[in-house]
Each structure stands twice: as structure tokens, then as C-alpha cells.
Write a protein that binds this ligand. Structure first.
Ligand code: SAH
Ligand code: SF4
Length: 387
């Protein structure tokens, strides 16, 4: 479904329409199909997203006849929670049931000046990066808009109740949970629009980040349809190594990816792209890799500073056969980038006592792609030395 289009509506359908699936224009269209004016949709949208309502009976400023109509034809249905785990550092991870043996995770990361929710976009992931536990699980299906937004809807209102506040708790959303968001574009965009909508969560474009392994054509569309902050999972400074680590690179190699980043900057709410770089011991963490990365960055952007590097210590898991770079290697790598004038941060690992750190989100996925089998057959990555 193209963005801007909405689910086909049938008022005679027997299964209730889950209103979490709609962004505001979608809800306007739905209300119109019930013979209601657009401002009714705005009221309804605010009840759902700003107040966390689950029952139409709560919505006392809507006409009783509309409430009754909605009760028979629609619902506000979140995801079933399988588990909730809280880390010593305050990070909370939820595992949600999305049916058919699939489960996805969302993680809340509290910090002094912000509250970030890490949201999943797919049950599993078809990209199959070697260092990612979701990738090793294979792919089951795309989440719907309702399933993506339900993670924020639930977490925000749960946390408000938990903390006894009516103020906003989640200030930032990162699409860095399970899945490749740009391979689920049609469902992603209405979810992002709901996050940004002043009648929804009212988050600033700068505080909503889509992280992608580099689906080049969809990066271009996102820039036009819904420009939010962009993070690109780079992980390697040359095509040979990136082909090994992020198989999507074979389809969209670095030259195309860098060009797509440059085009995105024309629309981006920030004047930089964040590159994520997972530090793998002996694989991509050597000084020559840092030098290649510096050359890659410098060969674009016409001398301007246009990106930030976020170095992520690898979070190991059993089947990966990879190891986390040592602190000294990470510091040396970071220093080389900083000396070359590239803004570089090393990500703090949060929630690792509950396996909530990057790339550890495993959920439970009914793999339709036999990824685990395929990956086990592949050769292990040899230590790559750039020349
Ligand atoms: N599919 C998207 C978003 C989800 S992954 C993407 O790849 O960007 C979110 C981030 O976690 C990505 O930067 C990813 O490369 C990183 N990541 C995956 N597995 C990891 C691991 N085991 N350790 C550290 N970071 C990991
Ligand atoms: Fe998919 Fe991202 Fe994991 Fe790669 S890192 S397998 S793109 S979720």
C-alpha cells in the first residue's frame, strides 16, 4: 500500500476495524465512511494516542450515537504482552505476541534528559546481517501500522501510569528494534506520521530516527514522504567487507548508499546522517579500516561535515562466531576518526543484563526464510585486512 492510501474500509465487515492502524488522515477517511466530520476523527485520535483510551465509552465528548457505532464496528486493540523485564539501569523490555508463534520486542531507555523507545518494525528480518541476532532468526512477516504504533501507545501510557504522571514520558523513538523498517515502508510511514502528529504523540522530526541497513530507493522516498532523522548501519568501510557483514550491500553498494545519504540531507531535519558501526574484534576495527572510513566520508559532502559516527560495541550472542572489539581497539579507532575531524561517539550499552542491548532483541520468530540454516552453511568471516 502506498503512503497516503489507507486501508479499504467496509462498514459491513464483521471483524472490527482496529483504529491503531490509522494515521490522522486515515482516521478522517474512516470517520467519513461512517458519515462523520473530520473533527470527530481528531477528537478520536487524541483520545487514543494522547490519553491512551481503550474504550469508546470513555470518550464522553463524542456523541453517544457515534460511540455506539464505534463500539459495534471498531476497536482499539494493543498487543498482548508476553513478558516485561526491567534492568538494573532502568531499561525496560517488553516482549509482545504478534500471533502465529511470532513475538517482537520494544525497549524503553530512560536517560536524564530524555526517554527513548526502541521500536520493532518486522517479526524477524530478511537482511541477515551476521552480527545481528534478529538477522540469524530469519524473517516471518511485516508488522502492520497498528502493531508498530501499539508499541509506543502501550509503552507511553504504561509508563505514565507507572510513574504517576500525565506528562509525556517518551521523548524519542528509534526504529532500531527487530526488523528493517525500510523493507516495511507502507506500514512504517503512517506509524511515523502518528508519532509526529500534534494530535498524536507530537514528537519532533529530529527525535524520531529511522535506522536502516541501506535500502537505497526507500531512503529516497522517506526523504520525500516523511523526513525524520536517519541512521545508516554502515559497519564496514569497503564493499568487500560490507558484502560479508550486511548482505544488502550486494544490492546497494557503498557508492549508491553514500549518494542516497547525500540526497537525504536535502530533506533531513538534522544536518547530518548518523552512521552506526558495530565494532567486531579483528574484523572491522583495525586502523586501516578507520582510514578507509575517513576516505569514504571525505569523498562525499564537498568538504562539509555531514555525518556522525556512532561506534557500537558488539553485543555477542552464541551463533555469531564474532567477538566484541577490546576497549583499546575502540578507543584507537575513535581517536583516528576524531583526529580526522569526524564527530564520533561510542554508544553506551544499556540493559544488557536483560538482553535488551542492540542486536540482542530476539523475540521469537517463525522463520519463513531458513536463515539460521543458510547462515550456518556460509563460511565464517575471515579477518579482513585492508590494503
Ligand atoms: N534494521 C535496522 C534497524 C534495526 S538494527 C538496521 O540495521 O539499521 C539496530 C542497530 O543495531 C543497527 O545499527 C544494527 O546494526 C545494530 N546491531 C545489530 N546487531 C548488533 C549486535 N549484535 N551488537 C551491536 N549492535 C548491533
Ligand atoms: Fe536486519 Fe538490522 Fe539486524 Fe541487519 S542489523 S539483520 S538489517 S535488524
Amino acid at each position: 500500500m502506498a503512503p497516503g492510501q489507507h486501508f479499504p474500509m467496509s462498514t459491513t465487515s464483521t471483524s472490527p476495524t482496529n483504529l491503531l492502524n490509522f494515521d490522522l488522515p486515515g482516521l478522517v477517511a474512516y470517520c467519513q465512511s461512517l458519515g462523520e466530520k473530520p473533527f470527530r476523527a481528531t477528537q478520536l485520535f487524541r483520545w487514543i494516542h494522547q490519553r491512551g483510551a481503550t474504550e469508546f465509552a470513555q470518550m464522553t465528548d463524542l456523541a453517544k450515537s457515534l460511540r455506539e457505532k464505534l463500539t459495534t464496528q471498531a476497536c482499539i486493540e494493543g498487543l498482548k504482552i508476553l513478558t516485561q523485564q526491567e534492568s538494573r539501569d532502568g531499561t525496560i523490555k517488553w516482549l509482545f505476541d504478534v500471533g502465529d508463534g511470532n513475538a517482537v520486542e520494544a525497549v524503553f531507555i530512560p536517560e536524564d534528559d530524555r526517554g527513548t523507545l526502541c521500536v520493532s518494525s518486522q517479526a524477524g528480518c530478511a537482511v541477515g546481517c551476521r552480527f545481528c541476532s534478529t538477522g540469524h532468526q530469519g524473517f516471518s512477516r511485516n508488522l502492520t501500522t497498528g502493531e508498530i504504533i501499539a508499541q509506543l501507545w502501550f509503552a507511553e501510557h504504561f509508563l505514565r501510569r507507572h510513574l504517576g504522571t500525565s506528562e509525556r514520558v517518551i521523548t524519542n523513538v528509534v526504529m532500531m528494534g527487530m526488523g528493517e523498517p525500510l523493507q516495511n515502508y507502507a506500514a512504517l510511514v503512517p506509524a511515523l506520521k502518528t508519532m509526529l502528529d500534534d494530535h498524536g504523540y507530537g514528537l519532533s522530526r529530529r527525535r524520531v530516527t529511522v535506522s536502516t541497513s541501506g535500502v537505497v530507493p526507500m531512503m529516497e522516498r522517506l526523504g520525500q514522504d516523511c523526513p525524520v532523522a536517519l541512521a545508516v548501519s554502515l559497519h564496514a568501510p569497503n564493499d568487500a567487507l560490507r558484502n560479508d557483514l550486511v548482505p544488502l550491500n550486494k544490492k546497494y553498494p557503498l557508492a549508491e548508499l553514500m549518494a542516497a545519504c547525500q540526497s537525504y540531507l536535502a530533506f533531513a531535519p538534522r544536518d547530518f546522517i548518523t552512521f552506526e558501526y558495530c565494532m567486531l574484534d579483528g574484523v572491522n576495527d583495525q586502523p586501516e579500516h578507520a582510514q578507509q572510513l575517513i576516505d569514504l566520508v571525505r569523498s562525499h559532502g564537498q568538504g562539509k561535515a555531514w555525518c556522525k559516527l556512532n561506534l557500537i560495541p558488539f553485543n555477542p550472542f552464541a551463533q555469531s562466531g564474532l567477538q566484541r572489539s577490546g576497549n583499546a581497539a575502540v578507543q584507537r579507532f575513535a581517536q583516528l576518526l576524531v583526529d580526522a575531524g569526524i564527530v564520533t561517539t561510542v554508544r553506551k550499552t544499556r540493559g544488557d543484563d536483560i538482553d535488551a542491548a542492540c542486536g540482542q532483541l530476539a523475540g521469537d520468530v517463525k522463520d519463513r526464510t531458513r536463515a539460521a540454516e543458510r547462515m550456518a552453511k556460509q563460511r565464517t568471516i575471515s579477518i579482513y585486512r585492508a590494503r
